[in-house]
Design a protein around this ligand. Structure first.
Ligand SMILES: Cc1cc2nc3c(=O)[nH]c(=O)nc-3n(C[C@H](O)[C@H](O)[C@H](O)COP(=O)(O)OP(=O)(O)OC[C@H]3O[C@@H](n4cnc5c(N)ncnc54)[C@H](O)[C@@H]3O)c2cc1C
Length: 390
């Protein structure tokens, strides 16, 4: 039997799973190794709902075993490694992997050879890293107990009577809507640097978001920035200083803006000045201006704008098809263009309404509820896990 080609996928979230599943389904003569520090698929999209209203979504709706999702493939075609890639070495065509404490292997670091490499290491957020305010697990951090992190965040948000949120993009608006409906009549303040909410959305959507939040008694401050947020352990409160000169004393402050690339292990020649991976239209990694034929990137970690789940499936399909074509030595190459994907934004504001648009078409509140608000898309999570989304 001829030797299988080794494909290593770095990152077991939406993008890494999409590539792995879509590639396996094409039955290439390949052995895929998916490396990620969490062996569960974390459907973080629903975080605004389950962090604020834990009883509305049990963990079984947003955490899924990754190895279980691949158990039906033939032996030898798929391996999951719980680990964190710390280095890519192109001279040996291998990656170094830090293994979790107490793993079955004696060594703390292991090495895996590859023929093709897929970088799907995504991004983190300042709130996830605890850099700005209360730490909230909007993404998972390496090797942490994600259930514990979620529980601790749920308790903090439940205990907070006064909450200030920095940033009024989709996540800020969604979580403000959820907090406004949480038990205990919380005082919620949403701070927006632009003069509008949901920058980049259509005017109709921006206006609707504003009026829905006001109806829920959320205090919306536009044209305002958070200059400083300091935790005071004695009073267990945050002092949040705004650009207007006003200082808020609050039980919880957190930021909902900012994305931080997970790029520590990626050669600098592959990164743009902001730290994202340069790719060409085939999603091959571009190193020092030249496309590599052995490495692809997909999802948030790429230099493409709009770091959104809705962009991931088509990118995953593109990478899977191009690796399959390279292995089979055929010329059925797929290309990816950001512009070819319609712009959309769907933003629930609380349990039963919201706003959004698909291209230039505005969505009514009941449609937002039906599509996303009722359970924050968790009904789609199994399809993302199986790589069945288009
Ligand atoms: C709270 C929240 C809500 C969102 N809601 C929406 C929404 O409603 N609609 C939408 O379209 N988008 C939404 N997004 C954006 C969406 O989450 C991202 O676009 C999506 O997560 C990108 O997936 P990814 O797999 O590329 O990266 P990530 O989800 O960031 O996953 C990266 C994976 O790589 C792993 N990894 C990182 N470094 C290494 C390493 N060195 N070695 C091995 N593994 C590594 C990580 O542990 C993780 O498993 C939301 C984002 C947030 C934070």
């Amino acid at each position: 039997m001829s030797q299988r080609i080794s494909v290593i996928v770095i990152g077991g979230s939406h993008a890494g799973l999409a590539v792995s599943q879509k590639l396996l389904r094409q039955r290439p003569k390949a052995a895929i190794t998916l490396i990620s520090p969490l062996d569960e698929y974390y459907f973080n999209i629903a975080a605004p709902r389950f962090l604020v209203k834990p009883e509305s979504l049990p963990p079984s709706k947003y955490l899924y075993s990754i190895p279980d999702a691949f158990r039906d493939y033939p032996a030898g075609s798929f391996t999951f490694v719980k680990g964190l890639v710390t280095k890519i070495d192109y001279t040996t065509k291998s990656v170094a992997v830090a293994l979790p404490a107490g793993s079955s292997t004696a060594a703390a670091v292991s090495s895996y050879d590859f023929d093709y490499l897929v970088i799907a290491s995504g991004s983190s957020t300042p709130a996830t890293l605890g850099q700005e305010g209360v730490r909230l697990p909007f993404k998972a951090t390496p090797f942490e107990d994600i259930r514990k992190a979620i529980y601790e965040a749920q308790v903090k948000l439940a205990d907070a009577q006064r909450v200030v949120i920095g940033g009024a993009g989709p996540l800020g608006v969604e979580i403000a809507g959820e907090l406004a409906e949480a038990p205990g009549s919380k005082k919620v303040t949403l701070v927006s640097r632009p003069n509008v909410l949901l920058e980049g959305a259509t005017v109709a959507v921006q206006r609707t978001a504003m009026s829905l939040l006001k109806r829920k008694n959320v205090d919306v401050l536009t044209g305002t920035t958070v200059e400083e947020a300091v935790y005071e352990p004695d009073t267990q409160t945050w002092k949040v200083k705004l650009s207007t000169g006003k200082t808020y004393t609050t039980d919880a402050y957190f930021a909902t803006t900012g994305t931080v690339p997970n790029n520590e292990f990626i050669p600098k020649g592959c990164l743009n000045p902001q730290g994202w991976v340069n790719v060409d239209e085939q999603l091959r990694v571009v190193e020092n201006g030249v496309s590599r034929t052995d490495t692809y990137a997909v999802g948030d970690i790429t230099c493409h704008p709009y770091r959104l789940l809705s962009r991931v499936s088509l990118q995953g399909q593109t990478v899977a098809s191009n690796i399959a074509a390279a292995i089979e030595q055929n010329s059925r190459i797929m290309t990816y263009s950001t512009e070819a994907q319609k712009k959309m934004m769907v933003v629930p504001v609380g349990q039963s309404t919201g706003t959004g648009h698909l291209g230039g078409w505005t969505m009514f509140g009941c449609l937002v509820w039906f599509f996303k608000g009722k359970d924050f898309l968790t009904y789609e999570a199994p399809k993302f896990l199986q790589g069945q989304m288009r």
